[in-house]
Design a protein around this ligand. Structure first.
Ligand SMILES: C[S@@+](CC[C@H](N)C(=O)[O-])C[C@H]1O[C@@H](n2cnc3c(N)ncnc32)[C@H](O)[C@@H]1O
Ligand code: SF4
Length: 380
């Protein structure tokens, strides 16, 4: 069982907050797609013999791929790997790309899960974010996708910006619930230093929103979404039963995955590797078969750290029996001591340790790594 991630590093315009790897110059798109096909030849053995359970087109904006580009990638994957009949195949898209014709093409290509970046329903906020769509387009594209037969839709939302007060946030959540989608990913706005928002923040023109406000929004979101049939199964993710993200779920459970395209990460239990974050260098190096990734072999301690850091993000939590089985009694004792010492952060039931709601909220700001490392000095 394994997954394939494809990073499509192009966007029509740069959102003010985003520091993912992407370019707004699409001239190299055809060459980049060819390089991805070549990378499949070069790296298919990384997950040799594994059945592919999930394929995930992320970005950037994968919905800028044209019909031929998308089909050529999927055909190559189907030719080179054993793809499960019921594989989950997700494509991230922006609302402004989702025309009726585009949706037909995606359906025909075999995409069975759409991840649509709505972010907000506030026109002013969307402009501030420099998004290429209006709130009306956000709403209509979800309905259009549903009318075209997409029955596994997830949407992305951002909270914790200066545009949302508690009342407008409740309105946003109600709008989301009414959309009748299967899954929601909601991220606390983070200010990244290299983005326009980061630069404006440093200049003092974009102050950070108070922790109390984003905390209230996080709690309200859990309350409203749970009431409406969503399970809060990971810090930033809510899904209806049977609609949790299989692809991300496999990351959190430590399954293997092959990442293709610039900046994509791969993991095959033994090692972790990540591709160069430059479109031109990636294309050049793939074509000349030079090395285009860095590689890190994981030690036993790193495997243990990964297990704790990823599992604590989810409702499945850390299983003390599994810790003992995989990492030994000494590691289990040290884990149990830490949990005992910092009891106020955890829930513990039948040997399963999870984070409590307040701690989950803190992590939306600081990150699991930061939180756990600050609890357990010397963990990494
Ligand atoms: C990298 S984007 C790719 C999806 C697609 N291009 C889009 O914009 O919808 C994935 C998601 O990351 C989230 N994101 C990116 N930067 C963020 C930030 N600084 N703070 C919070 N969420 C962020 C957004 O919600 C976005 O939908
Ligand atoms: S949020 Fe999405 S569309 Fe905006 S810059 Fe980032 S990847 Fe591109």
């Amino acid at each position: 069982m394994a997954g394939i991630y494809l990073h499509i590093p192009f966007c029509k315009q740069a959102c003010t907050y985003c520091d993912f790897h992407f370019s707004v110059n699409m001239n190299s798109k055809p060459e980049l797609v060819k390089a991805i096909l070549l990378e499949i030849d070069q790296r298919k053995n990384y997950i040799e013999g594994e059945e592919i359970e999930t394929i995930y087109f992320g970005g950037g904006t994968p919905s800028v791929l044209d019909e031929h580009e998308l089909n050529s990638i999927l055909e190559k994957i189907n030719k080179e790997f054993k793809v499960a009949i019921n594989a989950e195949i997700t494509l991230e898209c922006n609302p402004d790309d989702l025309t009726p014709q585009k949706l037909d093409q995606l359906k025909k290509a075999g995409i069975n899960r759409l991840s649509i970046g709505l972010q907000s329903f506030n026109e002013e906020e969307l402009k501030w974010m420099n998004r290429a769509h209006t709130a009306a387009e956000s709403l209509s594209c979800v309905k259009l996708a549903q009318s075209k037969g997409f029955d596994n839709i997830t949407i992305d939302l951002i909270y914790g910006s200066k545009f949302q007060d508690q009342q407008s946030w409740e309105g946003t959540l109600q709008t989301v619930v009414n959309l009748n989608v299967q899954h929601i990913s909601a991220y606390n706005l983070t200010i990244e230093s290299k983005t326009k928002l980061g630069v404006d923040h440093k200049k003092g023109s974009e102050p950070e929103v108070s922790e109390e406000l984003s905390s209230e929004q996080f709690k309200k979101m859990i309350e409203v979404l749970q009431k409406n049939g969503f399970v809060h199964y990971e810090i930033s993710n809510f899904g209806k039963e049977n609609f949790f993200s299989k692809h991300n779920g496999n990351y959190w459970k430590g399954a293997k995955y092959l990442g293709l395209g610039p900046s994509a990460h791969s993991f095959n239990i033994k090692s972790r590797q990540w591709n160069i974050s430059s479109n031109s260098a990636y294309i050049k190096k793939v074509n000349s078969a030079e090395t285009y990734f860095e590689l890190e072999t994981l030690t036993d301690a790193e495997h243990y750290n990964e297990y704790i850091l990823t599992r604590l993000r989810t409702i499945w939590g850390c299983d003390t029996k599994e810790i003992e089985q995989r990492f030994g009694k000494v590691m289990l004792n040290s884990f149990e001591e830490t949990v005992k010492k910092h009891q106020k952060y955890f829930n513990s039931t039948d040997g399963i340790i999870t984070l409590n709601t307040e701690t989950r909220r803190k992590i939306t700001e600081a990150g699991t790594d930061f939180f756990v490392i600050s609890l357990v000095p010397g963990l990494l």
